[in-house]
Ligand binder design. Sequence first.
Ligand SMILES: Nc1ncnc2c1ncn2[C@@H]1O[C@H](COP(=O)(O)OP(=O)(O)OP(=O)(O)O)[C@@H](O)[C@H]1O
Length: 621
Amino acid sequence: MQATNDHQAVLAARRRFFEDGRTPRGLIAEPILRSWTRCAALGLEAAKTPEVAALSSGGLREACERHEQLRRLCRPEIEALYLDARDTDSVVILTDPQGLVLDAVGSTDFADKAARVALRPGVQWHEAATGTNAIGMALIERRPVAVHGAEHYFAPHRILSCHAAPILEPDGRLAGALDLSGHAALPHAHALGLLRVVVDQIEHRLFEGRYPHCQVLRLHSERSHLGTAREGVLVFDGPRLIAANRHALALLGLDWDSLGQCRYSELFGTTLSQLRDGQPLRGLRGREFHGRLDAEAARPLALSATAAGVPARPTPITEAIVLDAAARQALARASRILDADLPVLLQGETGAGKEVFARQLHAACSRAQAPLVAVNCAALPENLIESELFGYEEGAFTGARRRGAVGLLRQAQGGVLFLDEIGDMPLALQSRLLRVLQQREVTPLGGGKPVAVDFRLICATHRDLRQAVAEGRFRADLYYRIAQYTLPLPALREHADLPGLIADLWIRLQAGPPSALPAELMARLAAHDWPGNYRELVSCLRALLALAGPDCRLTLDDLPPALRDPPQPFAAVSTEATLSALAEGAMRSALAAAEGNVSAAARRLGVSRSTLYRRLLQKPH
Ligand SMILES: Nc1ncnc2c1ncn2[C@@H]1O[C@H](COP(=O)(O)OP(=O)(O)OP(=O)(O)O)[C@@H](O)[C@H]1O
């Protein structure tokens, strides 16, 4: 980042931006300006002390447990970093992917000061909560960032000089962020460089033991870099590239979107089986690399499969998952249920994110390294579902494959089985599934012997299964077996902070440096009821991104027709409406009139921002 260190220039930029409402271009680094703009669009008031929502000790313990693997991996690196930075009286901080501080190690003197501005475990340092800061920006921009003194959005944070780098999972998702913060008055010349080196080490270790069934290729143009954290790492599931580190992507000129899309032959012009030890690799752009395959490469391919028996694609990075605090909490609880070998049932409208949640649940549970086998019970033809699920012996039926098939239930052995649309499973199969769950063994079609199975079970449905039981369409005994822990996934219109979620998703969907969504569009999006939920919202945001030029010049005309007309004004609310519906109408009108600025709308109505969020966005309309 080319941040100017000129304190006076930053103060002048603040005056121009916050007091005159003008863009202080040239006075302040562009990424800081982008962040200020995002914060202003969220209605954050820079002159105030930010509201700190700290987790209870129980909540923090839960979050730490959820990220125990990452914390354990980072601990030695954090301690080494602290020793390196000890002379500058700093703290080293590890956060989760949403900026929640999990661990802080540092000099007591500065740690006390940092704690006074809530830079301590249990507090969210996501930009939407704490304004411009290095942790929040590193998570949004997905690269190392420094924020000094008055560049912070909120005045009390001016005592800080913060440096943060995102930690990326091998599939490109955010694992968390590492931050090194100290006194704004002291120089921290090498802080970003140190962080980069440490995060390289952590990301390199994230591959360890992670892909036992895949081919892991390590490469570099300098032979001496092989085996170090600077080597490129590429993971292939069959011919397809499914994971990598940033060094590998940089060496090959790829970006994260290549994961799940790119094949080995497209990168090197040959097949993996032609790779010979000691022979240089030639990339398609003619560049030569030294490479070696990990010893595990000889193992068979993963059993992970979709309903059609095709290896499951990793969740593409472009899916840009957003999970708010409630969803993360639900995820933590559900993963404990799953780890206790109890089934989890996800219930929600179409597009509410049941499958996405199931995949996150698999990643969060203790079987994350084992396969997730996803079966869409509604997508499988009825005559195939039985054989696909339970497997079959050789010659069990006409068209059966020679040597039979193990079936999807057994493919989930040791891992997690996800039965999507379970409400659409034919009754006869429900009985067979129940037997499997009770006896924990599967009998293949064609008279084979029962085989013991061990899988954790996640089911999902958009149907009201209780109703289906009452109508005789779903077996009551199976219902009680799978629905002990039912997790309703709320529709978007019930979301506690829809503008926050939309802003978050908008930023995550952008490949380059993110731009803020114009306020009038945000107001329309926040007032829409999203019957298609995430699916509809993601499509809408993607279309807007496609229409937006580099300056993000979008107008209401760029919205799809259903969103173009303004929400119903207060006067148009039906006379039969209840008081709360009237209040809701007034709130929506105020929000639209304030062009999506929640603080301004709240002021206009004489209620607090949190009341406005709660009343307006928690209810279906
Ligand atoms: N938490 C999330 N963050 C961002 N995008 C999401 C999230 N959940 C879902 N989506 C988006 O919505 C799309 C639909 O999600 P998903 O398939 O999980 O929904 P579903 O509830 O299983 O829908 P259906 O019942 O119709 O199968 C996904 O492809 C993804 O793009």
